[in-house]
Design a protein around this ligand. Structure first.
Ligand SMILES: *[C@@H]1O[C@H](CO)[C@@H](O)[C@H](O)[C@H]1NC(C)=O
Ligand SMILES: *[C@@H]1O[C@H](CO)[C@@H](O)[C@H](O)[C@H]1NC(C)=O
Ligand SMILES: *[C@@H]1O[C@H](CO)[C@@H](O)[C@H](O)[C@H]1NC(C)=O
Length: 243
């Protein structure tokens, strides 16, 4: 009798837990799950340890798989410069965090500058929580917060030797239009990672070369809530906040 009741209680609770989980729309940086941890990869909507976290399903499972396997190939096929990368024949570490909204850390102010400052802090905090410093800071974190209109790339110091903030900004300007449309976010991430890879391999010219979609009209996009505005500001940020 007790067992039956308990089972019923569990069955009743499950949809509730499920609903609560997917109901998180504005993520606190301390709660956002780590896709690389065995304890939390499921919360990232992944079937195993992964490099991409997408708790609210912004991408389809297949798109997330494709982004993940691209990141794995960067790890396997590039070479970073520090001792352990050479000893272990491996390369740079990339992680991707997708969310509908970030819960603000530094301020509630909604102007572009404050929002970007927050995004930077968010990405930095996440990189610490996810222990991304690797052997020599050979890592980068891509953060996309859809309704905040934020696309941000945090490069840790060793990765920044090859992939400078200026490269990041030019690459983001190139791929940015793909993030305006829900259907092409996955494509945008893949293009971005391919280009980062080229830069990390020293093929900078190729990495920053414009593509046809950059000529798509963006006249409808204005104001800070549109991703189109963000990379330009990031460029200014890079100058102001460069470490
Ligand atoms: C999960 O990944 C590990 C290695 O990272 C692998 O050994 C294991 O078989 C995978 N599990 C599933 C269910 O794919
Ligand atoms: C910023 O925007 C959010 C929601 O869009 C709102 O809740 C908040 O009050 C705004 N902050 C300020 C300082 O206006
Ligand atoms: C990574 O860089 C930070 C400074 O940005 C430094 O404090 C830390 O020691 C570095 N970690 C490794 C493993 O190199």
């Amino acid at each position: 009798m007790h067992r039956v009741l308990l089972a019923l209680a569990l069955v009743n609770m499950l949809p509730l837990l499920w609903a609560q989980n997917s109901a998180v729309d504005r993520w606190n940086v301390q709660d956002y799950p780590d896709p690389h941890s065995y304890d939390t990869f499921r919360l990232c909507q992944r079937g195993n340890q992964s490099n991409i976290c997408d708790p609210n399903g912004i991408l389809s499972r297949q798109e997330a798989d494709e982004v993940d396997s691209l990141i794995r190939s960067v790890y396997r096929e590039t070479r970073c410069g520090c001792r352990s990368c050479i000893d272990e024949s491996r390369g740079y570490i990339i992680r991707v965090a997708l969310m509908p909204r970030m819960q603000r850390i530094l301020s509630q102010n909604n102007d572009t500058y404050a929002l970007l400052h927050d995004a930077r802090q968010y990405a930095y905090t996440l990189s610490r929580r996810w222990m991304m410093s690797g052997s020599c800071n050979e890592s980068l974190l891509i953060l996309f917060s859809k309704f905040d209109g934020i696309l941000y790339t945090l490069t840790l110091p060793h990765a920044r030797l090859r992939l400078s903030d200026q490269h990041v900004n030019r690459i983001m300007l190139n791929v940015r239009p793909l993030f305006d449309d829900d259907d092409t976010v996955g494509e945008g991430l893949k293009e971005m990672i391919l280009r980062y890879r080229m830069a990390l391999e020293g093929k900078t010219e190729e990495a920053v070369r414009p593509q046809p979609w950059t000529e798509k009209s963006t006249s409808g996009a204005s104001g800070f809530s549109s991703p189109s505005f963000i990379p330009l500001i990031l460029f200014l940020m890079a100058i102001l906040f460069i470490q």
